[in-house]
Design a protein around this ligand. Structure first.
Ligand SMILES: [Zn+2]
Length: 453
């Protein structure tokens, strides 16, 4: 048995139901699972490896619930557009995506996430040009290399411009081909077991890029195979207008009609929900991937995350993008979420601890994971250790836990997934950061040159 002791943290934030925080706490990990968390007298650990927790706050690894890894190589474009204009400008660039692009983008964005304290991430990839093989496999390989827990969604689009959709016909798939490829991805890659490092979800893209048949058949497929469902909804007023004009339904009503609300579904954005929608999301136990930075960058609005949380809905955080965020820093996203929750006027905004809960337990609930998101005996040992003795936290001695969200954002000193190091002393443990950056820059230059032709 492999044993590892994280010893003497400034505080261990367990994120258990009671919100227990342990000053001077330690964590014992056995074979990738938390076996003991406590203060004072340590269990017998003579044979255990050791990590010095002094000067750090230990939190459960953060969970990212919405992303498009491939977009990382098209950052800082369409800078002044709303969603539809931004998509129209970028679809022709994205039409060139292939496995080499995906590999470089995934390594950059997964490294960024790990270096912001993220241990589990999803990806929503919905662009599969017909003649390009290996895109999904390229990102799975990158996650495996870096050691991050991965929930890639097999996305899809089948409603091109010629049939009233927003994307050009060149980037959409045939409906049956998309469904068959989605089923194949699940059969090949999905691991439903405890501690799984890889789970696939089914994820048609959005109301303005997919047909009703693809939505309904995707739901049937996901439920037949026991995997989760994900899509974009209620992101902008443009989308709401599209849904009303096309279907005479508001976006959330449309999903409800199509069997797309439930405990096995999580939805990106949910910016434009009315009070009835908020209650419907909560009562159906549908998850919400809250993406505050992306929603600000595209001018989409501010999601009613506080109202959703007050109704006890499942809410997680997503960095989205990274062409609509331009950054992939999940701890920065937590800080952004806190600030945005207060933009509608205090009091009533979220506390630093509430936001940390959204970024950990909330995200885990969206992804249907009851084995990550907290540091309790029996949970997988996904741990982020943030130093609170560095420059950016000097002066925050009164509340080091809140400081993790309010100050910085800082890199984790150490990041563990299944008790294995992903970040060690602030650097990636399994790959070279400069090498990943260089590959990303090279691939992005190739993309920019292709788009200019
Ligand atoms: Zn998105």
């Amino acid at each position: 048995m492999s044993r590892l002791l994280i010893e003497g943290c400034e505080v261990v934030v367990t994120m258990d139901d009671a919100g227990t925080e342990l000053a001077g706490g330690s964590i014992l990990i056995e074979d990738g699972v938390v076996s003991w968390v406590g203060q004072g007298q340590l269990p017998e650990t003579a044979d255990a490896g050791r990590i010095d927790g002094a000067g750090t706050v230990a939190v459960p690894g953060l969970v990212n619930t919405h992303h498009h890894l491939y977009q990382t190589l098209t950052r800082a474009r369409a800078q002044d557009q709303g969603l539809f204009g931004w998509l129209r400008e970028l679809y022709p660039v994205w039409a060139d995506v292939d496995a080499e692009w995906e590999r470089a983008a995934a390594r950059v964005s997964l490294a960024e996430l790990a270096l912001s304290g993220c241990t589990t991430t999803t990806d929503h990839h919905y662009l599969f040009p017909p003649d390009r093989a290996g895109i999904l496999e390229a990102e799975i390989e990158a996650a495996r290399e870096l050691g991050i827990r991965f929930h890639p969604c097999r996305g899809s689009m089948d409603l091109g411009q010629s049939r009233g959709g927003l994307p050009p016909d060149s980037v959409v798939e045939d409906t049956d081909d998309a469904l068959a490829a989605t089923e194949e991805a699940i059969t090949r890659h999905h691991d439903p077991g405890p501690g799984s490092m890889l789970r696939i979800a089914v994820a048609p893209c959005s109301p303005f890029s997919v047909t009703e048949r693809l939505m309904r058949d995707s739901a049937d497929l996901a439920r037949r195979l026991g995997v989760r469902m994900h899509t974009h909804i209620a992101e902008t007023l443009d989308e709401e207008t599209f849904c009303i004009e096309t279907f005479d339904r508001r976006p959330l009503e449309l999903l409800d009609d199509w069997g797309w609300l439930g405990h096995d579904v999580w939805l990106a954005h949910c910016v434009h929900l009315d009070d009835k929608d908020v209650r419907r999301v909560a009562e159906t136990e549908t998850g919400v991937a809250w993406c505050p930075t992306s929603n600000l960058r595209l001018g989409s609005g501010i999601a009613p995350a506080v109202a959703l949380l007050r109704e006890r809905a499942r809410v997680g955080l997503g960095v989205d993008g990274s062409a609509s965020n331009d950054a992939g820093n999940l701890l920065a996203e937590a800080r952004q979420a806190l600030l945005v929750s207060r933009a509608r006027g205090a009091p009533g905004g979220l506390s630093a601890r509430e936001v940390l809960r959204v970024a950990t337990r909330g995200g885990a609930a969206c992804l249907g994971r009851d084995d990550v998101g907290s540091l309790e005996p029996g949970k997988r040992a996904d741990v982020a250790l943030f130093s609170v003795h560095d420059l950016s936290h000097a002066g925050a001695e009164v509340d080091p836990v809140a400081a993790v969200v309010l100050c910085g954002p800082a890199r984790p000193r150490h990041l563990l997934v299944e008790g294995r190091p992903v970040v060690r002393d602030g650097r990636l443990a399994a790959a070279d950061e400069e090498d990943i950056a260089a590959e990303g820059h090279r691939a992005a230059r190739r993309i920019a040159a292709g788009a200019a032709r």
